[in-house]
Design a binder for this molecule. Sequence first.
Ligand SMILES: [Zn+2]
Length: 186
Amino acid sequence: MNDFVFVSGRLSLDLAGTLLWRRSRRIELLRRPDDLRRWTDQAGLLDAPGPMDARALWRVCRLREAVYALIRGWPPAPASDMEVREALAEVNEAARLPLPRHQLDADGHLTRTGSVDEVLGAVARDAVDLLGGDEVARIRECLNEDCTRLFVDLSRSANRRWCGMAECGNRHKVATYRKRRQQEAR
Ligand SMILES: [Zn+2]
């Protein structure tokens, strides 16, 4: 069963989205090492990722927060903004870690192997590629004010508003509909 959502269009943003509602209730989705194992599996990063331990979880959550701080604060103001600069250093360091090893056999079967280092490496590399590339101008935060999920708006008209219809778009539609019904009933 897939219990994590991957709607951000980028691995690093999807990881940042595993802490939901950051300005209010702060719902942590990566609570236990096994949550990280399932996220890694569902993200398609590694085939059959092995068990993760508490340290692996701590490292991934730490990188996640550095990625979030970096993206929210990007680009850092000149000669200040220590938090964003520290986050940048941390993400750059993780971007030097190895990436998952992809191997193809003669039957066309792809295997992806690695451990937590490769997970960190892949997330950090995605974040630096994102901020250093053209898509940086398309990073948005979901318009649902409780939802703090980030995504890359790749729609042709560049007017995507929600992280996902199932997550926030439909909720907004229902709320608007209810409001209209209430107004009509008066
Ligand atoms: Zn949302």
